[in-house]
Design a protein around this ligand. Sequence first.
Ligand SMILES: *Cc1c(COP(=O)(O)O)cnc(C)c1O
Length: 431
Amino acid sequence: MQYYSLNRQAPSVDFRAATLAGQAPDGGLYFPETIPRFSPQLLQSLRTLPKAELALQVMQPYVGTTIPAAELARICAETVDFSFPVVSVTEQIAALELFHGPTLAFKDVGARFMSRCLGYFSRQQTRAVTVLVATSGDTGGAVANGFLGVEGVEVVILYPAGKVSPVQEQQLTALGQNITALEVQGNFDDCQQLVKQAFTDAAVTSHLTLTSANSINVARWLPQQLYYLYASQQWPHPEPPVVAVPSGNFGNLCAGLLAYASGLPVSHFIAACNANDAVARYLRTGDFAARPAVATLSNAMDVGNPSNFGRILELFAQNHATISGLISGGTVTDAETSATIRRVHQQTGYLLDPHGAVAFHTLEAYLHTRPGQHGLFLETAHPVKFPEVVEPLIGQAIAVPPALHELMRQPKRSIALEPRYEALREYLLTR
Ligand SMILES: *Cc1c(COP(=O)(O)O)cnc(C)c1O
């Protein structure tokens, strides 16, 4: 499989090169040259295929010959080594829970797959790969955890001091091993700026093999289609589901669309957005306009200019009629998000996180006028990651899952960094 740049000003590359580079040299996103079809045998045996085997079959054509089959089988097995249950919430609606991984959010699968691929590719390099990443909270935890203990890969994470939640800070700083956390005395934009500058500094890039591990990397994007196959394996109704996806950068939804384009039956998709709804507007009107991001309760979706939107357009040859026939957009206010968390908890006992609540709300509205249909929404994070939003709404504390107890007890280890590029440069050049 070759990948071309959506800007079409860079050569096509294989999976290895696309993963190592992240973004094409012309600034474009990489996109697969062909969309593989799932074989009839795969679709027929879906219910009985073990998760890891299914992952291997789905990822194999994308990876091609860049990773030997036995190695890829091991990577797939480690990546999906936890559960993805479909849980019934109402008569019409089920949750696909994607928070059973080590950092309790869906980004674990992409981060684990990419980190292991990079680990494999770095064995062919003469020196370690250094992943340099800025985080506002959640992504950093998934990346750090994904790379923990992966040989040949060093991770340096910049995060804004005092601006991440206690659970998030532990996930960044308490791991040790090959993970270093730089605690920047500034905000997220400072962190992002410092990282960007390092990638353009020839002294740094010749001293270290830098890679970005950001969310547009094909090795993070592509394995997310597995969620939709795992949902199908468990789906109890004869007609395929309506699927609502809480969306920010649109990697997750776009991966679902890829699975659909490969032959997975899905009735309809809903792009569930908070106030940052440029794509929902496009679906309604045919016009796309990026806007500055606004802060909401579902903050992992606060993206004004979603990077994966270009991939959605490419997948359907820019055809607005096709795209808007398959995907509906929904815009949900913070007041609706809060009311949904409270009401669903009261009526069903199910506790939504703010991101899942946005998706639940759009799905409920869609199914309201379609009484015979059934749908599922992607519950992308555990509510315990957002206690300041959820606990006041339900009037009780959320129990910390056992998986976090151990981590919360570990000592925090971070290196303070002034928000000046010279400080980061000096740190990197002396590593
Ligand atoms: C990242 C994230 C999203 C948005 O996913 P995209 O693939 O960027 O659209 C939704 N919910 C949670 C909890 C997230 O961390």
